[in-house]
Write a protein that binds this ligand. Structure first.
Ligand code: C5P
Length: 227
């Protein structure tokens, strides 16, 4: 068991990113946003004007892309070919294509290898790492010291995503976001490689009626009692 690793998985809109970052800060841990990596890879594919369904070309573009992700929970950052893409990867074009790109087996192989390298480096420092994604507890770090699976109703998740879009200056449209959340859930859960699912030994936390502070309280309890 890798005591220093907290794996946080779940669909979008469960508050995963917010609580992962806050938990990492509180623990003095580093933080890895694997969704940002799949999003940056998707941006590379869109820029190269490759069809997300053309898996051989997609894999080639992602292999050639210089993708760097920061691990400071206070200042998350992601760059592609030397330029910061933190804003662009949250836009509708990337969000619309990311599930298709992340279903490509060779893309996952490349990014999982990079994720494991970063996690290995983090384990050399005392604070450890909080890693968030869809397949962290099942594939990337199956021996994580603590695995958490966050859920929430589709309605609550669409509301959170919309509020987040508005607060970050993007257009907010609840119906569209609700449809997008359900579409991505179906694609992420239904894909062949590393589908979104709860690891058997993950703690499940339904955040539908919980605020960030309450979720963090629960997480801290689990961190304290982990083996
Ligand atoms: O977490 P976020 O919404 O930024 O993730 C964007 C997309 O990246 C997900 O919908 C999923 O398709 C993909 N993803 C993945 N595996 C991960 C993290 C994200 O397939 N570990």
């Amino acid at each position: 068991r890798l005591r220093g690793v907290v794996a946080l998985d779940g669909p979008s809109g469960t508050g995963k990113s917010t609580v992962s970052r806050k938990l990492a800060s509180a623990l003095g841990a580093t933080y890895l946003d694997t969704g940002a990596m799949y999003r940056a890879a998707t941006l590379a594919v869109l820029r190269a004007e490759v069809e997300p369904s053309d898996s051989a070309e997609v894999a080639r573009v992602v292999r050639a892309a210089a993708l760097i992700v920061g691990t400071d929970p206070e200042r998350p950052s992601v760059s592609l070919d030397g330029a910061d893409v933190g804003q662009e990867i949250r836009g509708p074009e990337v969000t619309g294509a990311v599930s298709a790109v992340s279903a490509v087996a060779e893309v996952r192989e490349q990014l999982v290898a990079q994720q494991r390298r970063l996690i290995g480096e983090a384990l050399e420092s005392p604070g450890g790492m909080v890693v968030e994604g869809r397949d962290i507890g099942t594939v990337v770090v199956p021996d994580a010291g603590l695995k958490v699976y966050l859920t929430a109703s589709a309605h609550a998740r669409a509301q959170r995503r919309t509020a987040q879009d508005v607060s970050e200056g993007r257009a907010g449209d609840l119906d569209r976001t609700h449809a997008d959340v359900q579409r991505r859930d179906a694609l992420d859960s239904g894909r062949k490689v590393a589908p979104l699912r709860k690891a058997d030994d993950a703690v499940e936390l339904d955040t539908t009626d919980l605020g960030v502070v309450e979720v963090l309280e629960q997480l801290h309890k689990h961190v304290e009692s982990r083996g």
